[in-house]
Design a protein around this ligand. Structure first.
Ligand SMILES: CC(C)(COP(=O)(O)OP(=O)(O)OC[C@H]1O[C@@H](n2cnc3c(N)ncnc32)[C@H](O)[C@@H]1OP(=O)(O)O)[C@@H](O)C(=O)NCCC(=O)NCCS
Length: 181
């Protein structure tokens, strides 16, 4: 039976999953420290098959109105069984508890599909509020960007947003028409 938990049973198991994730063409680079930081902040969930850690999903607060949905990862041995959909749905529901807007970025076609099913719309990064753009720029260190580029993959990176907060929605629309967010 698969369970979603908010606590981690073994840091070693997480480290092994992080190694697997870092070999994926869809993940620039992740570290146990980054995930532990999310865990401490209460924004990381784990997929357990019995007591085996098989995946994780989290969200990163950006400001009072926005959070990024991700990272997401499901171990290759258990893919294609609906676990990705479960953890992504959990992260989106939990991450939006305060009614905030969610941003996501991916070049994985399956994730693009799942985000659209969850109500996200594909957007241009420049159409999002400046705070979100700044967050994205700050998050990508040069080392991370290089590792991501080296993992050649034909599908382009796409940005997505799920807007719930009215003021930010207006800001998003205005900025889409060329005004500053
Ligand atoms: C993305 C990932 C979490 C999906 O996990 P999973 O357990 O295999 O996903 P699921 O079994 O729940 O199904 C995925 C959904 O995507 C769809 N899908 C799969 N491949 C697809 C493709 N090439 N194009 C479009 N949709 C696709 C499936 O049909 C399914 O949707 P449906 O139920 O509506 O038909 C997993 O593949 C993974 O960890 N990948 C590597 C890391 C990664 O890309 N993380 C995200 C970085 S942004």
């Amino acid at each position: 039976m698969i369970e979603i938990r908010d606590s981690l049973h073994s840091v070693d198991a997480l480290a092994a999953l992080v190694d697997e994730a870092n070999a994926s063409p869809f993940i620039g680079s992740l570290s146990v420290e980054e995930l532990t930081h999310l865990l401490r902040g209460g924004t990381l969930r784990f997929l357990y098959a019995a007591d085996t850690l098989v995946g994780f999903g989290g969200w990163i607060p950006i400001n009072a109105q926005w959070a990024e949905a991700g990272p997401f990862f499901v171990s290759e041995q258990v893919r294609g069984q609906g676990l990705g959909k479960r953890i992504i749905h959990e992260v989106i529901v939990q991450g939006a508890r305060d009614g905030i807007n969610q941003y996501a970025v991916t070049r994985n076609l399956a994730v693009k599909h799942m985000l659209k099913v969850e109500g996200f719309q594909e957007v241009r990064l420049v159409s999002l509020p400046a705070a979100v753009q700044l967050f994205v720029i700050r998050k990508v260190s040069i080392a991370k960007a290089l590792r991501f580029i080296q993992k050649r993959y034909p599908e382009p990176v796409s940005h997505f947003a799920l807007i719930r907060h009215q003021a930010a929605a207006q800001s998003h629309r205005r900025s889409g028409q060329g005004e500053t967010a």
